[in-house]
Design a protein around this ligand. Structure first.
Ligand code: C5P
Length: 308
């Protein structure tokens, strides 16, 4: 997360993530699933702008900033994008209202969201925006809440929010996803990511999941990452949500078949989908595969690298 204060305006750039590993260890009494997942944050950003408002209102305006690819900025569309839920349903508004209530703040905020991270994509754009809102408003309203206090609110908003709040380049997340152990990864990973035409709701994919006999463990992957071996990383990519997602989305299956013919180190769906990524040996390879994906018109394509 990057912050910039310019007079009354606070700007926050907040990243997307991809899951290199996601195992479900069982269903919990609260209806959620017990997870072991390894996430890396990648250089695809939403931008949030905050200004303090004297009234107690939280107002949100969303702009679709279009696709980013090859590091270029997409065109800004002026109107609110139909894909991005506006109003009280948006996780940004829920995060802002929660912090305002809990901190007893007598002010409001105007928030602008420039959306680049595809929605319903398994890239956790909504969670990243919520984390940016907690961290951003903590500064804007000069609350001086500690990380621990903000983490408590983050876990009430969604399972991935704590990962972004922690600001780690990579982490193993357990529990619902809210227990974050940062991981030191001494190498940059290069990805080509495609979000097909249709997304999937996280809850729908989880409900479709069926237990497997022997769960995979994250340790081997974590060791390869720590040792700086991307070639070995590919061997341990695993996502327990991919089989259920493929029963719901033929586009995910088509992407798996497409990627199996590409010269990538490995490939997999991210999170609950429907985004699909190829792990590449270098950025040039990612750009090459991206141009094939664009020619095949299979969805919105981005070339990104992990952040340290
Ligand atoms: O926590 P979040 O709001 O992102 O989760 C969205 C939905 O995904 C939940 O309502 C739940 O159905 C499912 N989920 C789950 N187990 C998790 C995380 C999410 O079942 N660990």
């Amino acid at each position: 997360m990057h912050f910039r204060h310019d007079g009354r305006l606070l700007t926050v750039h907040t990243p997307a993530k991809v899951n290199l590993f996601l195992e479900i260890l069982g269903k919990r009494p609260d209806g959620y699933h017990e997870l072991e997942t390894l996430m890396v944050s990648v250089g695809l950003y939403d931008t949030l702008c905050f200004t303090e408002e004297p009234s107690q209102q939280i107002s949100l305006r969303c702009f679709s900033a279009g696709a980013t690819s090859s590091g270029t900025r997409g065109e800004i569309k002026t109107a609110s994008d139909g894909d991005v839920p506006g109003g009280a349903d948006n996780l940004i508004v829920r995060a802002a209202e929660l912090l305002r209530r809990q901190a007893g703040v007598g002010k409001g905020a105007g928030i602008g969201l420039f959306k680049r991270i595809p929605v319903a994509a398994g890239l956790a754009g909504g969670s990243s925006d919520a984390a940016a809102t907690l961290a951003g408003l903590n500064r804007l309203w000069r609350l001086q809440w500690t990380g621990r206090e903000l983490h408590r609110l983050a876990s009430q908003l969604g399972s991935d929010v704590n990962f972004f709040l922690a600001g780690a380049g990579a982490a193993i997340c357990r529990g619902r996803g809210e227990r974050v152990t940062p991981l030191d990864v001494p190498l940059q990973l290069h990805f080509v990511i495609v979000r097909p035409g249709a997304g999937l709701a996280t809850g729908t994919v989880f409900r479709q999941w069926q237990a497997s006999a022997a769960p995979h463990r994250v340790d081997a992957l974590a060791e390869c990452l720590k040792a700086g071996r991307p070639d070995r990383v590919a061997r341990y990519l695993h996502n327990a949500l991919q089989p259920p997602a493929e029963t719901l989305s033929p586009e995910v299956t088509r992407l798996r078949e497409f990627f199996s013919r590409q010269p990538v180190l490995g490939h997999m769906m991210s999170g609950s989908g429907t985004s699909y990524f190829g792990l590449c040996s270098h950025r040039g390879q990612a750009l090459q595969v991206a141009s094939r994906l664009r020619a095949a018109r299979v969805g919105r394509v981005s070339v990104v690298s992990s952040r340290s």
